[in-house]
Design a protein around this ligand. Structure first.
Ligand SMILES: *[C@@H]1O[C@H](CO)[C@@H](O)[C@H](O)[C@H]1NC(C)=O
Ligand SMILES: *[C@@H]1O[C@H](CO)[C@@H](O)[C@H](O)[C@H]1NC(C)=O
Ligand SMILES: *[C@@H]1O[C@H](CO)[C@@H](O)[C@H](O)[C@H]1NC(C)=O
Length: 314
């Protein structure tokens, strides 16, 4: 499962890099229809600094040691270095994709990043402290409008249909609900809640499709119950992961797989890749040394870096 999903994300990358010759962007950046752009939606895994510009952000990665290994300063990313979309941009010969809220005159030639740490697919999740997925979609519509005014309809349609739309969303919907109202998951069916989260995500995907998007990439949700925050704050026992969140992650990932297969049948020309981030991260949590992560470093990192993430895990 993990391998086949990983290779399908890889395939998406190979495929897209075949579509743009590697020198294309740097030589002819002036026409947006010439190259593939990326539009990025989601939570802290993908946030490249939008929360720095939110007045009451639930969390910001704007202090040391964030950014220490690559940017040498905190870049707003919840990482010591780059985040997944940065690596994909590099494979595509694109520059780093800027956060939408970053001041300046955006031309969106390489796309733009709408992701916001703490965000969920549901508008209620961390309401008022994040850019929720629907608001991210409304920003995308504004970008489209600007492109149409600048470039005309035909060029914009081509540009948007070639672009890649990346998503990492969902875990905050579960963790926030679980940490604020534990009893809610006993009284209402877990499956109904998962259906709502995945339903809100697919509604946004369909809207982007209607607006011309065809090529999508998703991360499924990580083993949320094993995050340092969940293990430290959301359970009464002193070891292991939070079982309830483990169950929700599995339900979500199964529902997401099904929903994407259904969209494939419904939407002509819809292409996607669903990366099994859950398996990939579980493997790294279980075998850190295999990936060059020493347990002591891991502990130090968690102590330092999970601090501002107390309320955010995704
Ligand atoms: C928690 O959820 C239950 C069930 O949905 C609801 O009855 C209760 O009012 C909620 N409590 C709070 C504090 O929101
Ligand atoms: C989206 O979530 C809201 C609750 O935030 C829910 O009422 C609505 O039914 C959901 N939409 C879909 C399509 O699942
Ligand atoms: C932890 O224990 C308290 C008190 O027994 C209980 O109210 C709460 O629901 C428990 N929390 C979890 C996550 O099990």
């Amino acid at each position: 499962m993990s391998n086949s999903s990983m290779s399908s994300l890889h395939l998406l990358l190979v495929y897209t890099s075949l579509v743009i010759p590697s020198s294309c962007y740097s030589q002819r950046p002036s026409s947006p229809s010439d190259h593939v752009a990326m539009f990025i939606f989601g939570d802290s895994l993908f946030d490249a600094g939008n929360n720095n510009y939110l007045k009451s952000a639930i969390g910001r990665a704007d202090f040391w040691p964030y950014g220490e290994t690559f940017f040498n300063h905190p870049s707003g990313r919840f990482s010591d270095g780059r985040i997944i979309p940065d690596f994909i941009a590099e494979y595509l010969n694109l520059p780093l994709i800027p956060p939408y809220l970053q001041p300046g005159n955006h031309r969106y030639l390489a796309g733009v990043n709408f992701a916001s740490a703490g965000a969920g697919a549901l508008a209620e999740t961390h309401k008022g402290f994040v850019i929720d997925l629907k608001t991210q979609l409304s920003y995308f519509r504004k970008v489209k409008q600007q492109l149409r005014e600048e470039r005309g309809d035909t060029e914009t349609t081509t540009f948007l249909s070639k672009a890649i739309y990346l998503f990492s969303i969902g875990s905050n919907d579960y963790v926030e609900r679980f940490s604020t109202n534990f009893s809610a998951f006993h009284s209402s069916s877990k499956k109904d809640y998962v259906g709502m989260v995945v339903g809100n995500l697919t509604a946004v995907v369909k809207e982007i499709y209607k607006n011309g998007g065809r090529r999508f990439g998703f991360l499924n949700v990580e083993p949320m119950g094993c995050s340092p925050y969940a293990r430290a704050a959301l359970q009464n026992s002193t070891c292991g992961c939070v079982d309830e969140l483990t169950v929700l992650a599995k339900l979500h990932n199964r529902a997401l797989t099904k929903a994407l297969e259904a969209l494939m049948g419904q939407l002509k020309g819809f292409k996607y890749s669903n990366f099994d981030f859950h398996a990939s991260l579980s493997e790294r949590i279980n075998n850190p040394s295999k990936y060059g992560i020493s347990p002591s470093r891991l502990l130090l990192d968690h102590a330092l870096k999970s601090f501002p993430m107390i309320l955010i895990i995704g």
